[in-house]
Design a protein around this ligand. Structure first.
Ligand code: NDP
Length: 386
């Protein structure tokens, strides 16, 4: 039986890896929707190759270009935020959520409302609106599967286990581009330097977030929301080789580690075939060849994002939406050359401290999440422009 699948963020790093897996077995899937933003050529080529029902660009100014690229193919074209959310509402069995940023939230929610299985790479959804995502999944009997490599690793280590027996969850971090830089040099880090990851080949934004540890900060919050553990049960461990993705510690002292190559097709494939475990085209690790794996404690002076994430986990409510929006805006500022590398964490902290608590304590609805997001973006822009 074929499965109906949609891929949100199809033109990005996760999206292309998902397409790589799906295209290996084209008869097994009916592609419903593919979405992208700026990369119209890639979006149209994949939509035609996979015979998607519809291709959607988030950017309305590119609709004509998308229509031209799809002309005569039978694939429908659409553009804009509403079209993206509508694509999420199209019936599908399995949906990959791999838009970057808070923009991924609304289409993912709509997919859950249709009862689809949502493979969640878009960690920002859980950071901004974890309780809303989980309650929507529950209300519609929809399944949420983690795709972030650390969370997929934890999920796999927990198969057959009782959550009551879990003492702690340890997510690993490569340390990113600046792991071994002297602290005093970090203020001068350039965009090019921050955009190069030692182990993973990923989109530019998550690569910079890895260098600043904002990516791990988001993942701490994601762990708390997805697995329902207390903040003090979650640890970050710096592991430069990126072979162990996460560990789960149980009350009998056992630590279950998930070990695998740094290739996102593993976590994507696991979510695609779950609950089966099928053959995947990823490297098989030769541990004798690797010889040694190393670990060190994270340094919260070097990476203040980790400390800020702990504050957000304690405050909960819409603090995650504020944190993420301030981070996205500060990252825009760094990419645009308006602020230096270290200024990003300072701006996020200033926004968290200054935002009216009513935005954080409001009930978690999609409107309130969007409102908190807008307030935080405006506050961050004001700080950047000071
Ligand atoms: P990329 O930057 O490579 O791709 C992002 C995708 O989102 C592209 O399809 C892009 O379109 C689209 N997009 C960009 N802006 C918008 C917008 N405003 N509205 C709708 N679509 C938009 O990102 P990654 O694939 O690296 O990451 C995607 C998500 O997965 C992120 O949440 C990231 O944190 C998470 N993730 C990524 C991992 C990785 O290995 N890359 C690992 C774990 C999690 P276009 O390219 O056409 O402009």
């Amino acid at each position: 039986m074929t499965r109906r699948v949609s891929i949100f963020g199809a033109t990005g790093s996760i999206g292309q890896n998902t397409i790589d897996l799906i295209a290996r077995d084209p008869d097994a899937y009916d592609v419903v929707a593919l979405t992208g933003a700026a990369n119209i050529a890639q979006l149209a080529a994949d939509a035609i190759r996979l015979r998607a029902d519809v291709a959607v660009t988030a950017d309305e100014t590119r609709l004509d270009a998308l229509r031209d690229a799809l002309a005569g193919s039978g694939v429908a074209a659409a553009a804009g935020q509403t079209a993206l959310t509508e694509a999420g509402c199209r019936p599908a069995d399995w949906v990959m959520s791999a838009i970057v940023g808070a923009a991924g939230l609304a289409p993912g929610l709509c997919a859950l409302e249709q009862g689809a299985t949502l493979a969640l790479a878009n960690k920002e959804s859980l950071v901004c609106a974890g309780q809303l995502i989980l309650s929507t999944a529950q209300a519609h009997n929809a399944r949420l599967l983690p795709v972030d490599s650390e969370h997929s690793a934890v999920f796999q280590a927990l198969v057959g286990e009782d959550m009551d027996a879990v003492e702690r969850i340890v997510i690993t971090a490569s340390g990113g581009a600046f792991r071994d830089w002297p602290l005093e040099k970090l203020a001068q880090a350039t965009l090019d330097q921050a955009s190069s990851h030692p182990n993973w080949d990923m989109g530019q934004r998550i690569t910079i977030d890895s260098a600043s540890m904002f990516n791990k900060a988001l993942e701490l919050i994601e762990t708390r929301e997805y697995f329902g553990v207390r903040p003090d049960q979650i640890e970050v461990l710096v592991h430069p080789e990126s072979m162990i993705h996460a560990l789960v510690g149980f009350r009998d002292g056992a630590l279950m580690a998930h070990v695998g190559p740094p290739d996102m097709r593993h976590a994507i494939g696991y979510a695609l075939h779950w609950p089966d475990r099928r053959a995947l085209p990823v490297e098989r690790l030769d541990l004798a060849q690797i010889g040694a794996l190393t670990f060190r404690a994270p340094d919260e002076v070097r990476w203040p994002a980790l400390r800020l994430a702990r504050e957000v986990m304690e405050r909960r409510g819409l603090a995650g939406a504020v944190f993420n929006a301030a981070k996205e805006t500060a990252l825009d500022g760094f990419i645009a050359g308006q602020i230096g590398f270290l200024r990003m964490a300072e701006i996020v902290e200033e926004v968290l401290d200054s935002i009216d608590p009513s935005h954080i304590d409001a009930p978690m609805t999609l409107d309130n999440v969007a409102h908190a997001d807008q307030m935080a973006r405006q506050a961050a822009r004001r700080v950047i422009e000071q």
